[in-house]
Design a protein around this ligand. Structure first.
Ligand code: UT7
Length: 330
């Protein structure tokens, strides 16, 4: 068995910044409401047209450079996204073409906010068995084009943003290591945060009626998501600690999926962790779903809150419902 590690990380967000004040001009909302309930001040929206693969490409190039490998060394491309360009094939196929890596296997995974850690777990298994040596793992979202940016969509529209984060997962030859990953899901709550249409069980999959009824936009039972998030996050962090015989005091940094600052604060409190040990950058990007963890890792490194040898726990909760964690030596 080999050991795996995150060897390099990269991020890319669209240049176009959309502040809460910009949203005030599109819908009945206020900067005050958004900041108070979510901690979000601004997010980035693509200038159309820009698909997920195109948005991810610069993040991949940075991650490859930082990992000290060459593009041709990549054995496998895994992309986690909720917002692919097309129904099929997956974003990973388009990304492979942009990277000019024909022949390299590609895999899309669709577990929304938990996508990056699910992908990390998949990559970890392939590295451990020795099948692959260098895996490109991407979390990317182009949420903005699918949001209802009017008052009827405001509960969701103010939360989400676009962005991309990429990581190179390689065989570890030093102390850095992905120690464990822990994946969960409960499909009974699938419709508490979902997009109904296009639907795959009727023809045509999309119609004018569906569009008029707003079935193409995400719908969320916000209270239900919040309630589950604040219990599942601490639990899944504890699972990662127990699996590695760590106490909460051993941990240098917890990097949670950036869903909502109030959720992050509640998780910190329940874990007995000072807020300085729970990374947050939601104020800058909003909720970027599968991109949120790699964006946070990149920013944490840039802000020197994450250093080589640090003990880190990553944790997610989101649509599906899905939730997950990972224990890492950075
Ligand atoms: O990755 C997981 C993604 N999802 C989440 O993490 C979301 C988890 N849920 C939440 O964070 C919270 O439920 C929200 C931030 C989404 C909403 O906060 P809330 O305290 O649960 O508000 P609410 O939905 O109960 O709405 C309170 C009021 C309502 O008005 P009335 O009925 O009291 O008059 C809403 O219509 O706030 C209104 N409202 C808004 N007002 C201004 C809802 N959205 C907005 C908005 N601007 N954007």
């Amino acid at each position: 068995m080999f050991r795996s590690k995150i060897a390099g990380i990269g991020k890319h967000v669209p240049e176009n910044v959309v502040t809460n004040y910009d949203l005030e001009k599109m819908m009945d909302t206020s900067n005050e409401w958004i900041v108070e309930r979510t901690g979000i001040h601004e997010r980035h929206f693509v200038t159309q047209p820009c698909g997920a693969a195109e948005l991810a490409l610069p993040a991949c190039e940075k991650a490859i450079l930082r990992a000290g490998i060459e593009k041709k060394d990549i054995d496998f491309i895994i992309v986690a996204t909720t917002t692919p360009e097309h129904l099929f094939p997956g974003t990973s196929s388009f990304l492979q073409t942009l990277l000019d890596l024909p022949g390299v296997p590609t895999l899309d995974i669709r577990v929304q906010c938990s996508g990056f850690i699910y992908g990390l777990s998949i990559a970890d298994q392939f590295i451990k068995t020795g099948q692959y040596q260098n895996i490109l793992l991407v979390g990317v979202e182009v949420q903005s084009v699918g949001l209802n940016l009017n008052t009827e969509g405001r509960d969701i529209a103010v939360l989400f943003g676009d962005g991309a984060g990429a990581a190179i997962i390689t065989r570890s030859d030093d102390k850095s290591e992905i120690l464990s990953t822990h994946l969960y899901g409960d499909g009974r709550y699938a419709k508490d945060l979902w997009v109904d249409a296009p639907v795959g069980y009727q023809s045509p999959r999309i119609s004018k009626e569906m569009i008029d009824e707003g079935r193409i936009y995400p719908k969320m039972n916000g209270r239900q998501v919040f309630k589950h998030a604040i219990t599942k996050f601490p639990k899944v962090v504890m699972t990662a600690l127990k699996a590695n015989n760590w106490t909460i005091e051993d941990v240098d940094l917890v990097v949670p999926h950036q869903a909502n600052m109030r959720i992050t604060e509640s998780v910190a409190k329940r874990l007995g962790l000072p807020l300085e040990k729970v990374f947050s950058n939601i104020h800058k990007y909003g909720n970027t779903t599968a991109a949120s963890i790699p964006l946070a890792l990149d920013d944490a490194c840039a802000e020197q809150k994450l250093k080589k040898g640090d003990k880190v726990v990553l944790a997610t909760f989101g649509s599906g419902f899905t939730w997950s964690s990972a224990a890492i030596i950075w």
